[in-house]
Write a protein that binds this ligand. Structure first.
Ligand SMILES: Cc1cc2nc3c(=O)[nH]c(=O)nc-3n(C[C@H](O)[C@H](O)[C@H](O)COP(=O)(O)OP(=O)(O)OC[C@H]3O[C@@H](n4cnc5c(N)ncnc54)[C@H](O)[C@@H]3O)c2cc1C
Length: 519
């Protein structure tokens, strides 16, 4: 049986970036993900490419990491990043002294923070609360987490990595005290198979704590839930933050055609992490606070709400668990716990994923005696070449796909299928085929993550039958329409039920009647 150099456990952004780095350094790499790529926190966040300004006052190191990585990601993944810019606004009741200190801390961390007048802020971003008393411009941006994760996965595969989705790591293969592989099984299967490797890297977000426990290791982690709301259009063109100590609902991020408001921060028990969803109470709280940032949110249509869990790590020296780090945590379990063959990479942020991968891959290479240098900051990610979606000669059916996949569209066969299947997001048959063939899509929820199908204004109400039919054809399977639609709608309900009022309730009623056989 093949022995890999490295097995990476977890297919969120951290695992994807780690698999890319390992593969680029010539290590034979396997990534195991129990679900689809980006199904954990990586698919449930704001999509803010931090400039570091948010952390400048409280965490200088984190702020410096963010601004460095912000610049790198803009360079290597321009098709995943929208350079919106960001504003930190000070409202009546907030302190202008805080703003002054904030600007000083940003500059010390190397972040280009420029104070501007309230009038100038309103000119740049008419949606902000007109009562603002101060504003600072920073190089925040929006980043599509799904695209960024896909690009890392695709690059890892092109460098020889194997991606094993829908397989759960259920335990470890040991030899003496050494970890020398993992046991994996498919969902619902009792039998597991063993896959061997010289090194196993845990990159499983909040689930890392449970996996480490199976290896007899204690990593103090705290699941911190954050809830977010998606609004039906771009309320603002820039990222808008509140200039005060980080709190609830103080970030609004534009992404594609929608806006995301968040977030909250609440400790939740480990038993809840597999079924995490936003509650109506969290939606109320977010709206109450968010309206003071951007007043028009009070009458903007809400599409849905969702929630993710941050993998926060307690400092090793801190027995009572009060000191929690949002920083990057690399653990070499041979050094820390006397368990050779196992490493952990966790904490950090979506923004710092590349750096996290570099740090853990450096540690893996050191243990394996490999001398290859990290090149992930220098080599562009797939899709990042020059693609001009607005050029006149680009046909209408290719434009949205170029926006999503950049130069990867050259791998889509539009001659075979440019029929538009999802009108809101302009997803064609060619894009569905690409997602099935390149990204191993199995159902409509997977397809949504990789193409935005059903994420637009109608949320799938009008197109979902067409999508089911096209997907079944591309998978070469008989049409299991009820099963495909039911899976998708049950997943969507989780986000729609907390916002059941006004237009959202009317739309939900409509959806339920249209698909009464499936719901
Ligand atoms: C509400 C919220 C908002 C945020 N906003 C931002 C933001 O705007 N900008 C930013 O930079 N960061 C943000 N973050 C942080 C960022 O989302 C996370 O740091 C990052 O996504 C963590 O990625 P990960 O790959 O480590 O974990 P995850 O994305 O959670 O991935 C872990 C993966 O491991 C898999 N897994 C678990 N157990 C197993 C097993 N036994 N076998 C195989 N696979 C397994 C899971 O299915 C999952 O896919 C936010 C986080 C939250 C919660």
């Amino acid at each position: 049986m093949k022995e890999y150099d490295v097995i990476v456990v977890g297919g969120g952004i951290t695992g994807a970036a780690t698999a890319r780095d390992c593969a680029m350094r010539g290590l034979s790499t396997l990534l195991v993900e129990r679900s689809d790529i980006c199904d954990g926190a990586s698919g449930r966040n704001h999509g803010l490419l931090h400039s570091g300004a948010r952390y400048a006052v409280t965490d200088r190191e984190g702020a410096e990491e963010c601004i460095r990585e912000n610049r790198i990601l803009r360079r290597i993944a321009p098709n995943c990043v929208e350079p919106t810019g960001g504003l930190f606004i000070t409202l009546p009741g907030d302190s202008l002294d805080y703003q002054e200190n904030f600007v000083r801390c940003c500059r010390e961390a190397g972040i280009d923070a420029v104070p501007i007048s309230p009038r100038e802020a309103l000119r740049l971003e008419p949606a902000v609360n007109p009562e603002l008393i101060g504003a600072v411009k920073v190089p925040d941006a929006s980043v599509d987490p799904f695209r960024l994760t896909d690009a890392n996965i695709i690059d890892a595969m092109r460098h020889g990595a194997t991606i094993l989705k829908f397989h759960t790591v259920t335990g470890f293969v040991r030899s003496g005290g050494r970890i020398c592989g993992v046991k994996v099984s498919r969902p619902g299967e009792i039998r597991s198979k063993e896959i061997r490797a010289r090194m196993v890297v845990l990159a499983a977000g909040i689930w890392t704590a449970g996996l480490a426990r199976d290896a007899g290791i204690n990593i103090g982690m705290l699941p911190s839930k954050g809830a977010l709301i998606i609004f039906g259009h771009r309320v603002a063109g820039m990222v808008i933050n509140r200039c005060r100590k980080p709190s609830n609902a103080d970030i609004l991020v534009p992404g594609d055609v929608v806006s995301v408001l968040g977030t909250t921060s609440d400790k939740v028990p480990f038993e809840d992490i597999d079924d995490i969803r936003a509650t109506p109470q969290e939606v109320d709280l977010l709206l109450r606070e968010g309206v003071s940032l951007v007043p028009s949110l009070s009458h903007t249509r809400i599409i849905r709400a969702y929630a993710g869990v941050r993998p926060l790590v307690m400092a090793d020296s801190d027995g009572d668990g009060r000191s929690v780090s949002r920083g990057i945590v690399v653990l070499d379990h041979e050094q820390r716990d006397g368990v050779p063959g196992l490493m952990t990479i966790t904490g950090g942020k979506l923004t710092t994923c590349r750096l996290m991968a570099e740090m853990v891959t450096d540690a893996v290479c050191a243990r394996l005696g490999v001398k290859a240098a990290c090149e992930t900051a220098l080599r562009p990610l797939p899709g990042s070449g020059k693609a001009h979606k607005d050029d006149e000669e680009v046909p209408y059916f290719k434009r949205a796909a170029i926006g999503r996949h950049g130069t990867e569209v050259s791998r889509m066969d539009f001659d075979l299928g440019h029929e538009i299947i999802c009108e809101c997001e302009q997803v064609t048959r060619a894009e569905i085929r690409y997602a099935v063939k390149t990204l191993g899509v199995r159902n409509i929820s997977d397809l949504r993550r990789h193409t935005r199908i059903g994420m637009g204004t109608c949320q799938g109400s009008f197109c979902i039958r067409k999508v089911a039919e096209a997907l079944a054809e591309e998978l070469g399977q008989p049409l299991r329409e009820k099963e495909l639609i039911d899976e998708y709608l049950q997943e969507r309900w989780k986000g729609i039920t907390p916002v059941f009022w006004g237009d959202s309730l009317r739309e939900a009623e409509y959806m339920q009647r249209t698909h009464k056989d499936e719901v």
